[in-house]
Design a protein around this ligand. Structure first.
Ligand code: ADP
Length: 246
């Protein structure tokens, strides 16, 4: 295990009763890396996210965020995690700033630190001008940015985005994807981005492909494409084709 990794998932298995959803999944994510998690329906993506965010308790294996195990030290581990869920959890009737302050209070940030962090994140997400607007008045792309600002308030090492681009128009989807990549590059934040859209993956990304509960591929996207005939579409189709699974 590399102590510098932002995330280490080791031998993670999970079952709903007799139904196995994840089997011995292991991977790691280095600081500042963008990892795309792909998989067809039923692959186990939601289960993995539920375990990462501690919605479900671990059964087998471990998840280490930074250097903290979710099994043995869940609180410090969760403090290093920022999450943007597929369904928005913003309060539409509160202003942008009120949503952020509420979250800061939940994380136990002091008054002065809250003021500094809210200002910094609003600026970073290009939302300073909109801080007083009610979230209801914002478009989908800006609402996503508020959620990202909120997820980053407590300065996590790892940002987890679950189908964060779902429901956005193509231009906002692209803008969001690029924005998250710039956070990786400039702030050395590690990102785990789940999607079912191959066009959101770039050649230099870490790619994780889940299929029927197993991690069938992990590595740099361009290398995986090369191994499977040169393009990501055929790599994905080959790896998630029922005939190709073990
Ligand atoms: P994905 O998010 O990739 O579509 P899931 O993690 O939702 O995959 O599902 C993985 C497997 O676990 C599937 O076979 C699914 O039917 C099963 N599963 C998911 N949630 C439950 C549940 N609450 N009870 C029983 N089986 C479940």
């Amino acid at each position: 295990m590399n102590a510098m990794n932002a995330l280490e998932v080791s031998d993670l298995s999970f079952a709903y009763g007799a139904r196995e959803a994840l089997r011995k999944v292991s991977f790691s994510l280095a600081p500042g890396r963008f990892a795309a998690l792909l998989g067809p329906n039923g692959a186990g993506k939601s289960t993995l996210i539920a375990l990462l965010t501690r919605l479900y308790d671990l059964q087998r294996g471990d998840i280490v965020v930074g250097q903290c195990s979710l099994r043995t030290t869940p609180r410090p581990a969760l403090r290093q995690l920022g999450v943007v869920f597929q369904q928005s959890t913003l309060d539409l009737d509160l202003s942008v700033e009120q949503n952020l302050r509420y979250h800061a209070a939940l994380h136990g940030l002091g008054r002065r630190q809250t003021a500094l962090r809210v200002d910094a994140e609003l600026a970073r997400q290009g939302l300073t001008e909109r801080r007083g607007e009610r979230v209801r008045e914002l478009n989908g792309g800006h609402r996503r940015r508020v959620e990202i600002a909120r997820a980053l308030l407590h300065e996590p090492r790892l940002l987890l985005l679950d189908e964060a681009s779902a429901g956005l128009d193509p231009a906002s989807r692209l803008a969001l994807n690029q924005h998250i990549r710039s956070l990786c590059r400039e702030q050395q934040i590690s990102v785990l981005w789940t999607t079912h859209l191959l066009d959101e993956v770039q050649a230099g990304d870490d790619l994780l492909i889940l299929h029927q509960g197993r991690l069938v591929a992990s590595g740099q996207a361009d290398a995986l494409s090369l191994e499977h005939g040169g393009d990501l579409g055929s790599a994905f189709a080959h790896l998630t084709n029922p005939g190709a699974s073990r």
